[in-house]
Design a protein around this ligand. Sequence first.
Ligand code: AMP
Ligand code: MG
Length: 411
Amino acid sequence: MAQLSDDCFAFGGQLLSVDAAAALIAERIPPIEGLERVALAQAHGRVLAGGLVARTPLPPFFNSAVDGYAFAHASLGAEATRLPLAGRLAAGDAARPLPPGTAMRVLTGAPMPEGADTVMMQEDAVLEGDALLLPPGLKRGANCRPAGEDVPQGAEALPAGALLTAPEIGLAAALGFAVLDCRRPVRVGVFSTGNELASPGQPLGPAQTYDSNRFTLMAMLARLPVVVTDLGILPDREDATRAALAAAACDHDVLITSGGVSAGEEDHVRAAIESFGSLVFWRLAVKPGRPAALGVVGGTPVLGLPGNPVAAVVCFLHLARPLILRLAGAIEQPLPRFPVPAGFHHRKKAGRREYLRVRIEPGPVAQRFEREGAGLLTSLTQSHAFCELPEEMTQLEPGTLVQVLPFAAIF
Ligand code: AMP
Ligand code: MG
């Protein structure tokens, strides 16, 4: 495995913009090595190692796109033309020649009879006894699909680094691939930190709260090309944090923690990274989000996400997601954003990017979730999207177009 040197990020500053963090990740993180042959039915969510070249054209042969009647366009006259019907071809039948001056019944997916180049749809066809009546002015090539119209033989159907989701899997299947060369998944270890945390299913002690981040983050990781190890909850102790990170760094490609990364005396993640690795940055100019840390220990990147649940999600999207996609060798996948008019006023500080939770209401218009707070999990379950307010913005008026990141595309 190619290891990151601890000083691979020559970045001096501390508070980093979201874009600078993304650029740092894009420039400095090399993909992990290792390929696997993966059966198509298991390949969902994996990353294609090399370009997928079509060994056959798609579709493989010239065929009818509809149920109808095939004929040679050249046999049409200036006036209405009457072509006697000669035979029938269904899907799966071998192509036959079209007797000159005739039309042939064809069903969807059937090969075009040799000599035919156009199909009249059944719904539009006028039959007179055993003959087809064709008006003048029909378009040559209508209602049929040439071989290779989707993918010509020899063309690259999918690029190296393609993330295999349903459409890519379908295309690979259509091209006859039963097995795909994929990159191996990224091994991600996930920790929570905090003396106050209890695992769901355990009794809740006094002053304890259930650990939600580990489960939110593992659910978000399920969209990425990873194998996840649930590494549980770390106590707020620097020695324990250091030992756990050191042990986990050996057999993971990236470690993700949440909590314990601010500047309080019970925040030990940053100190643990610094004590035996190196810190790249530890504050991100984003709300909710700051603080978040990126470091390298034993050649393995460690991402310290904030403890507050919504902040952890925002930082996951901007740090963990691009970092993992880079490690996985995947083509960059920008977060999907759509412009929607805002339905509310808002003031913000310049110099940091802000994410508000919004509902998309008819209009469409983005309406803000009523309550603030980076700890409110219902602000996510009861909203539809993040509304992204750029660094330079200080004031938002109703009607202004804002970019929204729909939850359906990120969760
Ligand atoms: P910290 O950054 O560790 O000070 O955490 C900030 C806030 O997030 C605190 O109120 C923590 O209790 C809360 N928090 C930290 N980790 C988690 C977690 N895994 N699940 C739920 N809440 C958490
Ligand atoms: Mg904590």
